[in-house]
Structure formats: C-alpha cells, structure tokens
Write a protein that binds this ligand. Sequence first.
Ligand SMILES: Nc1ncnc2c1ncn2[C@@H]1O[C@H](COP(=O)(O)OP(=O)(O)OP(=O)(O)O)[C@@H](O)[C@H]1O
Ligand SMILES: [Mg+2]
Length: 297
Amino acid sequence: MDQAKGLRQIAKSDALAKSHARMASHTKKYPKVIAVTSGKGGVGKTNIVGNLAVAMTRKGKKVVIIDADVGLANIDIVFNLRPEYSIRHVVSSEKRLDQVMVKTHHGIGIVPGGTGFSDLTRLNEGEKLTLLSEFETLAEKADIIFVDTGAGISSNVLYFNAAADECMVVATTEPTSITDAYALMKVMSQKYGTRHFKLIVNMVDSERDAKRVYASLSNALDKFLKNVVLEYAGFIPFDRQLQRAVQKRGLVMDAFPDSTAANALEKIASDLLNHGDRNRSDGNLTFFMNRVFQAAT
Ligand SMILES: Nc1ncnc2c1ncn2[C@@H]1O[C@H](COP(=O)(O)OP(=O)(O)OP(=O)(O)O)[C@@H](O)[C@H]1O
Ligand SMILES: [Mg+2]
C-alpha cells in the first residue's frame, strides 16, 4: 500500500516536472531592447550605440543594432559599412531580415532602417505581419538590441522609445539639449505613460558637469511630472580621440581603446549589463516590433 502510494507520488512529480519543462520551452527568452534617443540632434547617440555594442560584444553578448533614424543613417559610417538593402526590402517582402542585416567584424548585426520605417502607421496589415514575423527571428540572434533613433519627438522616434525595454536619453551640458531632453521625456510620459528613463550625459569636462545636468533634469521631472523616474547611467568626457575615430569612419573603442571616452563607454556598458534588471521582456511576451505597432495605433 505504502509502496503503491510512493509510486503514484513519483509518477505525479514526474508528470509535473515534464509539464514544467514543456512550459519552459514555450517561454521564449527575448532580447533586451534599449532605445538610445535624444531631444536635440548631434549629441552622440550613434557613437554611444556603436561603442556600447562593441563593449558588450567583447563581454560575450550577442548584439544587434537597429538603425531607426529615418534621416541620415550614420551607424553605417561609424562601422564603415555600406549596406545594400534596408528594412524597406523586408517590408516589401523582397528580402528576409537576415539578408538585409549586415555583420561588423566584431560580429554585431546592423539592421539598416533607411526609409523602411518612415511611416509605420501607413504600413498595411500584410506589411506589418511581415515585419512582425521577421523581427521575431531576432529573438534567437540577440541578447541585446540597440535602437539608434533619430533626434526629436517625431512619431517614429516616440514609437520606438515606447516599445523598448529601456529608454536611454542622451544629453549634453548645452541648455538646448537639456530642455529638449526634458520635452522628449514629457511627451513620452504623457502620450505613452513611460515612467522610467536613463540618462547619459555626453561631451562633458568632468563628471560634476554630468551630475549637474542630471540634477536639473530630475528636479524638473519631480516638479512637473509626477512618478517619472530618471536614472543616471553615466557620463562621457569630451574627447578629441572620439572625433578622430569618426573622421576615420571608426569607433573610439576600436581606434583608441585607452582613451578617456572609451573607458567611460566601457564603464557604462558594464553597468548596463550588471544592473539591467528592469527587463520588461521577462514578463511581456509580445516582442519589440509588436509593441512598436501597439504604440503606433
Ligand atoms: N564624447 C565626445 N567627445 C567629442 N566629440 C563627440 C563626443 N561624442 C560625440 N561627439 C561628436 O559629435 C558628433 C555627432 O555624434 P553622433 O553622430 O554620434 O550624434 P547623434 O546624436 O547620433 O547625431 P544625430 O542626431 O544627427 O543622429 C560626432 O561626429 C563627434 O564629432
Ligand atoms: Mg545619429
């Protein structure tokens, strides 16, 4: 009798274990999507994305960059690439996403946006479904996806920011960059209910300046927008070596790995990987492009 009961219990726990294993295999692990954005243009987004991607790749992460800037696509320049196709060819079903994606010598996948993202609301259902299913294929290919958005508050930028797991705002010490960063966070919080942002302050003389920018932005948020949290993600000094690298169509991380900018970017990348616990993907089974379309409707 006892033995039969024991056997029944073993059979039951075996079935339970099998069903858990089945459930686990259905729970897909999605990459973390980090949108890098700014109010004002020219503050360093593309260089930040490129260098953080290199730093994370060196730490063993699989990284993909989506160039969502519908203006001048300059991620190609810092990686010295000349992509033949863009997302436009995926939307029109001429190419698959992996035929459009180019690989850098580091192994980073670059998805050239071109004008393919230019007006997400105007895509028809078929085109949307194509994009959705093609982007699902990224789930196995990446641990981290960076979205290099354009500057400003155009609808496309807002959709990408709203859909990302993390919205990383880049600002400099320039007053216009600070007020534009504030305006961007205001719109994001009012239109899409975004409550959490991270801030990188670029081109500073010292960390004190970066902390000042952070303090003024978070004070303004506290005062005028309740419940919006701005997290300080780090600073990057003004560094001519970064500019020299750009002039050679390269990244400071590759060209001048010991420079102050490269060190600062390396630290930001480590911190992001170590404290990246706010991963909305864990609980949200709709993947990035799906959320972009949700934001766009
Ligand atoms: N830390 C830095 N030190 C010195 N110069 C910098 C630094 N970061 C960026 N720059 C300069 O700013 C220029 C613009 O940078 P980047 O193209 O990355 O900005 P962006 O925000 O992507 O611009 P856009 O809004 O046009 O897409 C770089 O080419 C470089 O000359
Ligand atoms: Mg750019």
